[in-house]
Design a protein around this ligand. Structure first.
Ligand SMILES: NC(=O)c1ccc[n+]([C@@H]2O[C@H](COP(=O)([O-])OP(=O)(O)OC[C@H]3O[C@@H](n4cnc5c(N)ncnc54)[C@H](O)[C@@H]3O)[C@@H](O)[C@H]2O)c1
Length: 276
């Protein structure tokens, strides 16, 4: 069991799941090193929560390895007891494979996959020096199933899962004090769809508004509930943290119909998008 104490480094902390995690970890007595490329959002959050605990803010683009290395150096200097790393920063991309170009796929991979690898590489040497430490890598339910329109996102989130599961096994075999959980949220009511980029080949302007509307109708779990679920998963050292009934349903469906889950899932998603 990993106790929530010491200090946590969180990427993508200015919004959504990362922001809610910062608030909830702070409530449980954790100091915080908060990273995001949205510096104004980070500062506003620090003012909101930083009265009782030590909170440092770091403007970081997780796609840049040098910026993450500097973040780790500064975060560890500010919080020598740092024992939790949450690789959470992520983005989404609207469009089919033929509507997104190579540069857009690489943009997404550089954040959603390589950003998480850079974060792990930068913090792991320090985490290994702690008596007990935890890495939380945020994948998605789209790291378990892959709907159409998610070629880049699902590929990156499957990669996050493969990287994380292999690293967890390496740490376990080595008897390391560092534990690792991979998180697979279903729909969480955040700004991810509004913050997404649109594929260069998407010409119909209505598609973007429609896709945001569908996501927001289907995303039932609050960021606070997602954060509480992640904290419970850290405490119980759960290897895989599924969030939401939608994620649990899709996980089970994938086990029963690994090659043919899409049609029944499509019917279910359509109902959810209608608020049913
Ligand atoms: N919301 C969902 O339904 C959902 C579902 C499954 C997985 N996820 C994953 O959860 C994580 C958090 O997403 P969210 O829903 O809270 O989204 P969000 O858009 O509300 O928050 C993402 C945060 O990441 C930051 N960010 C983006 N690119 C960055 C970069 N290059 N460097 C530093 N920070 C960067 C953004 O500024 C933002 O503050 C992501 O990895 C996402 O893929 C979300």
């Amino acid at each position: 069991m990993t106790a929530i104490r010491g200090a946590a480094a969180i990427t993508g902390a200015a919004s959504g799941i990362g922001r809610a995690l910062a608030i909830e970890l702070c409530r449980r007595g954790c100091d915080l090193a908060l990273a995001d490329r949205d510096e104004a959002g980070l500062k506003a959050l620090a003012v909101e929560i930083g009265r009782d605990r030590k909170v440092s803010v770091h403007r970081v683009d997780v796609a840049e390895p040098a910026e993450i290395a500097q973040f780790a150096e500064e975060a560890i200097a500010a919080h020598p007891a740092l024992n939790i790393l949450v690789n959470n920063a992520g983005v989404a991309l609207l469009g089919s494979f033929e509507e997104i170009d190579q540069a857009q796929m690489e943009w997404l991979f550089n954040i959603n996959f390589w950003g998480l690898v850079h974060g792990t590489r930068a913090f792991l040497p320090h985490l290994k020096t702690r008596d007990a430490a935890h890495i939380v890598n945020v994948s998605s339910i789209f790291g378990i199933i892959a709907p159409p329109g998610q070629t880049a996102y699902a590929a990156a989130k499957f990669a996050v899962r493969g990287f994380s599961e292999s690293l967890r096994h390496e740490l376990s075999v080595a008897g390391s004090p560092v534990k690792l959980s991979v998180v697979h949220p279903g729909g969480i009511a955040t700004n991810i769809a509004r913050n997404s980029r649109t594929g260069v080949g998407v010409t119909d302007n209505a598609r973007r508004a429609q896709s945001i509307e569908r996501f927001e109708a289907a995303a039932r779990t609050t960021p606070k509930d997602a954060a509480l679920r992640i904290i419970a998963g850290i405490e119980r050292n759960e290897p895989r943290i599924l969030i939401g009934n939608d994620a649990r349903f899709m996980d089970i469906l994938q086990r029963f119909r690994p090659g043919t889950y899409w049609k029944p899932l499509q019917r279910r998603l359509e109902k959810m998008a209608q608020g049913k």
